[in-house]
Design a binder for this molecule. Structure first.
Ligand code: ACO
Length: 320
C-alpha cells in the first residue's frame, strides 16, 4: 500500500509586489532580480497568516479530491513560519476546515518541508496506521525577512499548497530525504532566545540570513544526486520521468540541475516568476497548477525535489 495524491489545492495572497515596487524600498532593480533569479513578482500577505493560507489551500485540495474533511486521519504541515510557536499550524488548519477526526502536527524542514511531510505521511500510510491524509506546504516568509536587506528580501513570497493523499496500490514509489546539520548556518533565521529573569537576556526576533552562493552550490550538487538515487533505488530510468517538479528558488538552479541530469528544460515546469520563493509551498503550488491545467495523466512518473535550510534536501518519485 502506498500514498496516492487524489487532489491538490493552493492559495496565494492577493497583494502583488513587483520588482519595481521593491526598487522603491531597497537599492535593487528588476534587471538584477529577474536576471539572477527569474523572479519578477511575489505575493505578500496583508491580514492573513500562514494557517489561513494553508486552510484555503486545504479546502481547495479537498474539493479537488471530492472527499469530506471528516475522512481525514492525519494532517501534516511543512512550515518554518507558523503563526504561533504552539499550537502547530496543522492543528489550526484542522480547526479551520473542521477535520474533527484527524490528528495534526507540523514538519520543520524549511523549503524541503512539503516533501518531508509527504514522506512522513507515506510512512504512516505504508504502515497501515492511517488511510487518508492532508499534506500541506505553507510559509509566510515576508514576516521573517529584513525588508532593508536587498540580498534576501527580493527572493521570497508568501503562499500555501496542499495535497490530499489516500492509501492505494499506486502513488508514491520511493523517497530520499537527507540533511546536513553541520551547515545549519548557511541559511538560518535565528531569534535571540533563551532570555529569562535570571540571565536578563531579552528575547528578540531574528531575520533570515543566507550565504547565497553556498546555497547555490549546495543545490546544484545535491539535487541531481538525490534524483539519481531515488530513480536508481526504484529501478526507473530517468527518461521515463515526465516532469521534474523542483523547489522554485531560482531559475538558474533549475537550469543547472536539468543540465546535470541531461534532461530537456520542458520537463522542468517553473512559476517563480510570479510567486518568488514561497519556501515549503513552492512544490505543492506548482503541482496544483499543473494538475488544474490538465498536464498530469494517470500513470505519469513525476519526480519532486526540495532543498533548503537545515541544510535539508530530498526527492520523491511518484506515479500520478
Ligand atoms: N539588487 C542589486 N544588487 C544586489 C542585490 C539586489 N537585490 N543583492 C545583492 N546585490 C549585490 C551584492 O551586494 C553584490 O554587490 P558587490 O559586488 O558590489 O559586493 C553583488 O550584487 C553580487 O552579490 P552576490 O551575493 O555575489 O550575488 P550572486 O550572483 O551570488 O546572486 C543570489 C545572489 C541570487 C542569492 C544567488 O547567490 C543565488 O541564487 N543563490 C541561491 C540561493 C537561493 O536561491 N536562495 C533562496 C532561499 S534558499 C532556498 O530556497 C533553499
Amino acid at each position: 500500500m502506498t500514498s496516492r495524491i487524489i487532489g491538490t489545492g493552493s492559495y496565494v495572497p492577493a497583494q502583488v509586489v513587483t520588482n519595481e515596487d521593491l526598487a522603491k524600498i531597497v537599492d535593487t532593480s528588476d534587471e538584477w532580480i529577474a536576471g539572477r533569479t527569474g523572479i519578477r513578482q511575489r505575493r505578500v500577505v496583508r491580514e492573513e497568516g500562514t494557517s489561513h493560507m494553508a486552510a484555503e489551500a486545504a479546502r481547495k485540495a479537498l474539493e479537488n479530491a471530492g472527499i469530506d474533511e471528516k475522512e481525514l486521519d492525519l494532517i501534516l504541515m511543512g512550515t518554518t513560519s507558523p503563526d504561533h510557536c504552539f499550537p502547530s499550524g496543522a492543528c489550526e488548519v484542522q480547526e479551520a476546515i473542521g477535520a474533527v477526526n484527524a490528528c495534526g502536527f507540523d514538519v520543520s524542514a524549511a523549503c524541503s518541508g512539503f516533501l518531508f511531510a509527504l514522506s512522513t505521511m507515506q510512512a504512516f500510510i505504508q504502515a497501515g496506521i492511517y488511510r487518508t491524509g492532508l499534506v500541506i506546504g505553507a510559509d509566510c516568509i515576508s514576516k521573517l525577512v529584513d525588508w532593508k536587506d536587498r540580498s534576501t528580501c527580493v527572493l521570497f513570497g508568501d503562499g500555501a499548497g496542499a495535497a490530499v493523499v489516500r492509501a492505494e496500490d499506486t502513488g508514491v514509489i520511493h523517497t530520499v530525504m537527507k540533511s546536513d546539520g553541520a551547515k545549519w548556518n548557511v541559511l538560518s533565521c535565528v531569534s535571540r532566545t533563551g532570555g529569562n529573569f535570571i540571565n536578563g537576556i531579552t528575547t528578540e526576533p531574528g531575520f533570515i540570513t543566507m550565504d547565497g552562493q553556498e546555497v547555490f552550490k549546495f543545490a546544484v550538487k545535491t539535487v541531481p544526486a538525490c534524483i539519481h538515487q531515488v530513480l536508481e533505488e526504484s529501478g526507473v530510468s530517468i527518461d521515463e520521468v515526465k516532469y521534474f517538479v523542483l523547489h522554485q528558488a531560482n531559475y538558474r538552479i533549475v537550469e543547472s540541475v536539468a543540465k546535470r541530469l541531461k534532461q530537456p528544460m520542458d520537463k522542468f515546469p517553473m512559476n517563480m516568476e510570479f510567486y518568488g520563493n514561497t519556501s515549503a509551498a513552492t512544490v505543492p503550488i506548482l503541482l496544483d497548477e499543473m494538475n488544474r491545467a490538465g498536464k498530469l495523466n494517470k500513470g505519469d512518473k513525476i519526480v519532486m525535489s526540495g532543498f533548503g535550510a537545515g541544510l535539508t534536501w530530498g526527492a520523491t518519485l511518484l506515479e500520478w
